[in-house]
Design a protein around this ligand. Structure first.
Ligand code: TXA
Ligand code: MG
Length: 325
C-alpha cells in the first residue's frame, strides 16, 4: 500500500522539523524520528516511557546508506543486507562515531534495517536519511500492527500516523548481531536461522554473549497484555478453560483448536495453525482478548519447532510480563 505523495512529503517535513511520525513496516508500526536529531530522539523515549539506555533501530532507504552508519561493512554484512533487505532483519554493527549516543544507548554498535513496506520505503526515500524507530507502543506493551493500535496508544504524542494497513509479518524483525567474533541472533523473528544460515554458510547461534545484553526484547517482561496470560499445553486447553469458567472466572482463550463450549464469560479466538498466519494475527488478537477485561488469558503453547520459535518467544515474554499494569 503506497501513500499519496503529498502525505509522504508532509511526513518527511515533520521528521525534518524534529517531530514524531508513526509509519507502517512489514513487521510492526514504528515510531519514527530523525536519527540525526537529538531532540527528536528524546521525544521517542518520552512518548514510549522507555528507559534511555535501550537502543533504537535506524531504518534506512537502501543498502547504500549502510556506510553512513556502520564504521565498517564486512563482506558478510553486505551479503546479508543485499540478500534480505528490504526485509525483517536488523543487523547490529559497529557504529560510526557520528551516530548519536541517544540512538545507540551509548554502545559502540548500532541496529540497522531497511523495512519492506512500500509506504516506509517511500518515506525513507523522500526523507533521504536514517529514521530511528522503535515499535510504536508504550514501553513493555504489545507492538502495534495497525494504525488504529498506534492511535489508541500514542495518538497524542505523534504529529502524524501513516496508515499502511495491517502489517504483513506481524511480529518484530529478527535481530542479528554482527559486531562480535561470530554472528548471533539476539531476537528471533519470522526470518529464521535457517534462511540466514543459507546465506552465511552456517547457522548462527541464539542469544547474546554478554551478560547484560541491551536488547529490550530480551527482558522477560515484554510484549505484554494487562490481563494475566498463561501458556498451556494443547491437550489441556479445553479442560482448563472449562474449569475456569465453571469457577466463575471471566476468560479469554487463544487456541488453534475451536471452542468446545460457549459461555457469556468466555471469549475464545480460534487461531491459525500456520505459524506465519499466527504471527500476522497475534498482536491484534492479544489486544482483542486483553480488551474484554477478563481475569485470565489462556494461550495454547505453540509447537516446539523452528517455524514457531519467534512466536513462542513473544508468547513466553507476554506470559512473563502480563499483569504488571
Ligand atoms: O521489526 C522491528 O524491528 C520494529 C520495526 C518498527 O522496525 N522495531 C522494533 O524496535 O522492534 P524496538 O525498539 O521495539 O526493538 C528494537 C530492539 C530493542 O530490543 C533494542 O534493544 C534492540 O533492538 N537494539 C537496537 N539497537 C541495538 C544495538 N546496538 N545492540 C543491541 N540491541 C539493539
Ligand atoms: Mg518494541
Amino acid at each position: 500500500m503506497t501513500a499519496p505523495v503529498t502525505e509522504v512529503s508532509r511526513a518527511a517535513d515533520l521528521l525534518r522539523a524534529g517531530e514524531l511520525v508513526a509509519f507502517p513496516t512489514e513487521t510492526v508500526y514504528g515510531l519514527g524520528a530523525d536519527a540525526r536529531n537529538p531532540q527528536a530522539i528524546a521525544r521517542i523515549f518520552a512518548a514510549k516511557g522507555r528507559p534511555a539506555d535501550h537502543p533504537l533501530i535506524v531504518h534506512l532507504p537502501d543498502v547504500s546508506h549502510l556506510e553512513h552508519w556502520a564504521s565498517e561493512v564486512s563482506e558478510m554484512a553486505f551479503k546479508l543486507a543485499t540478500a534480505f533487505w528490504p526485509g525483517p532483519l536488523t543487523l547490529i554493527m559497529r557504529r560510526r562515531l557520528s551516530v548519536l549516543d541517544a540512538v545507540t544507548g551509548g554502545q559502540d554498535t548500532v541496529g540497522l534495517r531497511v523495512p519492506n513496506h512500500p509506504m516506509a520505503l517511500q518515506l525513507l526515500q523522500v526523507f533521504d536519511g536514517g529514521i530511528a524507530a522503535p515499535s510504536a507502543n508504550r514501553f513493555g506493551r504489545i507492538s502495534p500492527t495497525t494504525a488504529a493500535h498506534v492511535r489508541e496508544e500514542l495518538g497524542n504524542s505523534v504529529s502524524m500516523i501513516l496508515d499502511g494497513g495491517s502489517c504483513l509479518v506481524g511480529i518484530e524483525s529478527t535481530i542479528l548481531d554482527l559486531s562480535g567474533t561470530e554472528p548471533r541472533i539476539l531476537r528471533p523473528g519470522m526470518l529464521d536461522a535457517i534462511a540466514i544460515g543459507d546465506v552465511l554458510g552456517f547457522i548462527p547461534e541464539f542469544g547474546a554473549k554478554l551478560e547484560t545484553p541491551r536488547v529490550s526484547g530480551s527482558l522477560e517482561a515484554h510484549y505484554a497484555p494487562i490481563t494475566p496470560l498463561q501458556l498451556v499445553a494443547a491437550v489441556e486447553v479445553a479442560q482448563l478453560a472449562h474449569r475456569a469458567v465453571q469457577a466463575g472466572r471471566h476468560l479469554a482463550v487463544l487456541s488453534a483448536q475451536p471452542p468446545t463450549f460457549s459461555h457469556q464469560k468466555l471469549l475464545w479466538i480460534t487461531a491459525s495453525a500456520d505459524s506465519a498466519q499466527f504471527a500476522h494475527d497475534l498482536y491484534a488478537q492479544l489486544r482483542e482478548l486483553d480488551a474484554i477485561g477478563a481475569d485470565l488469558i489462556l494461550v495454547e503453547a505453540p509447537p516446539a519447532t523452528d517455524s514457531w520459535r519467534a512466536v513462542a518467544d513473544r508468547l513466553r515474554r507476554a506470559a512473563a510480563g502480563s499483569n504488571r499494569g
